[in-house]
Design a protein around this ligand. Structure first.
Ligand code: FES
Length: 112
């Protein structure tokens, strides 16, 4: 039985301009430019993104389309970011989200 849920299509040509480097839990990882944070982490064999604040159980992306919120991580110090809806960028600092967190309001400059 095949237990792989997601399989990425190899698009990395080996060209450094097409690759981003990011930090996950202190590890320097690489991924093709243009994919989501969730895809970049899974491509690096990361399958534990956060812990449930209720049960403490490990969680990982499920829907990959912004519905389930199982993929929440901290990105560049901002908690509760949906990794499946965020494009990976060079130099991003990504941390697992553990337990209860606070909600951060991001000012966009748009009129309310
Ligand atoms: S995987 Fe479901 S919201 Fe990100």
């Amino acid at each position: 039985m095949n237990t792989v849920l997601f399989r990425t299509v190899p698009i990395n040509s080996g060209d450094a301009a097409q690759t981003v480097t990011f930090d996950f839990e202190g590890r320097q990882l690489h991924a093709p430019r243009g994919i989501t944070v969730a895809a970049a982490l899974m491509q690096n064999q990361v399958l534990h993104f956060r812990d449930s604040p209720v049960s403490g159980q490990p969680r990982a992306p499920y829907c990959q389309m912004g519905v389930c919120f199982e993929c929440l991580v901290q990105i560049n110090g901002v908690q509760n970011r949906q990794s499946c809806m965020t494009t990976i960028e060079d130099g991003m600092v990504i941390r697992m989200q553990r337990g209860q967190t606070t909600f951060t309001v991001i000012q966009t400059g748009e009129a309310q």
